[in-house]
Every structure is written in C-alpha cells, then in structure tokens.
Write a protein that binds this ligand. Sequence first.
Ligand code: PLP
Length: 241
Amino acid sequence: MSQITNNLMQVKQRLKLAAEAAKRKPEDIELLAVSKTFPAHNVEEAMHAGQIAFGENYVQEAVEKITALSKLRPSLSWHFIGPLQSNKTKEVAEQFDWIHSIDRLKIAERLSTQRGEFPELPNLQVCVQVNVSEEDSKSGVPLNKAEDLCNAIAKLPKLTLRGLMAIPAPNPDSNLQRQAFAAVRKCFEQIKEKHLNDIDYAFFDTLSMGMSDDMEAAIAEGSTMVRVGTAIFGKRDKISV
Ligand SMILES: *Cc1c(COP(=O)(O)O)cnc(C)c1O
C-alpha cells in the first residue's frame, strides 16, 4: 500500500475515534485533503484511495492540478482555503466549488459577479474566515464582525453561505486548542440561532476547523470539516505555509 493511502486510512481512523469520543457520527465530519505544494500525482493517489475533496492555497498551482485531474475524475470537489487577492478571484470563481477564506466583502462581491459568468456552474459555496487568535494572524474577521459579513455575503446571488472557518494559532495544549475552537463554535451557533427562519441561511451548516495537529480538539468542539495536509501527504517544504 502506498504511503498516502496508508496515511489517509490513519487520518480517517483518527477522525472516527475523535467523533466517537465526542458522541458524534464520523460521517458528519468531512475530510478535506489539503494538497497544496504536492504534485498532481500525489492527489491522484489520494483520489484512487477514495478521497474526493481537496484543499488548495495557491491559485496558479491549484488550477494546474484541477485541470489535470478533472480529466480523470470530474466529480472531485475543490476547496480554496488560502488568502485571496482581488486579482486572482476570477480563477477561483471559475475553478473551485468552495472557498473557506473570505474575510472581506469586496472579494465576495467579485467572486459572485465572476461566478455569474459561468451560468452552468452551481453557486460557489462560501465560509467566512474568523480570527480567533487575533494577535497572531492578519487573516479573518474578528468574531464580533462575523455576522455582519455573513449577512452581506448571504445576499450575493452566486454565492451560498455555508458557515465559518478558523485557523487558531498552533498550541500544544489540547485544552487551549479546544477553547479556541469552542469560541468559533459559539459564534457559529449564535449566528445560526438568529437566522433560523432566514432563507439566506438555509445552508449554513459548516464549521471548517481542525488540521493535522488539532483535528481531535476541533471535532470535540463541533467541527464538520477538517482540513488535513501534513498527516496525509507528508511534510511540506519550509517556504510554503
Ligand atoms: C495548509 C493548511 C491546512 C493543512 O495544515 P496541516 O497542518 O498540514 O494539516 C489546513 N488549512 C489551511 C487553511 C491551510 O493553509
């Protein structure tokens, strides 16, 4: 069995055990395989092992892989999870199924307009990125600004608001990991509660949180999508994030 296939099985086992420990169903937590910096043939290997959803951070690199792999299997799902500049929104609007890293309305508006240029495509699925470790990161809106941004995004015609995404600062202490994820979950639940009968929020069901080193803590706090790179594909070169 290949290394990637083996790693994938181990990550799925971790997901299952973490779900069971939290009295949750493993199938309620989606595994996103983060393939940034790894070549298309590595993604293909994961695909042959049954993986369908992949996460990428760099537009150019991602588009090459998407193009190569869509020929083999059109049904893969591609998630953009990195910072996005306005001059790259067009490719994301055209190529991706999801984006997790929206923290500015202007980017969302561009994506909605540009998605509209491809009427055959379904809406782009969107998570708003929140910043729970404010001193450490420039990405993400503060928790107290998340709802306003969600409200505005939910009204854009070619985007479907799906939930919140967070990347807490790495922390070796699993209790502190959980605290950060719990704050995101609380924010998510408050927004959801406020918009229970709001058609704009009909698909607001996603908490994108947890990576290779903290997926257990994220699952314990309600994550519905973990984004796992290193534990599946191996260590990345230092230059990449
Ligand atoms: C790189 C990346 C991941 C994967 O991180 P690992 O620690 O390698 O699992 C997840 N989410 C985002 C936003 C990333 O940029």
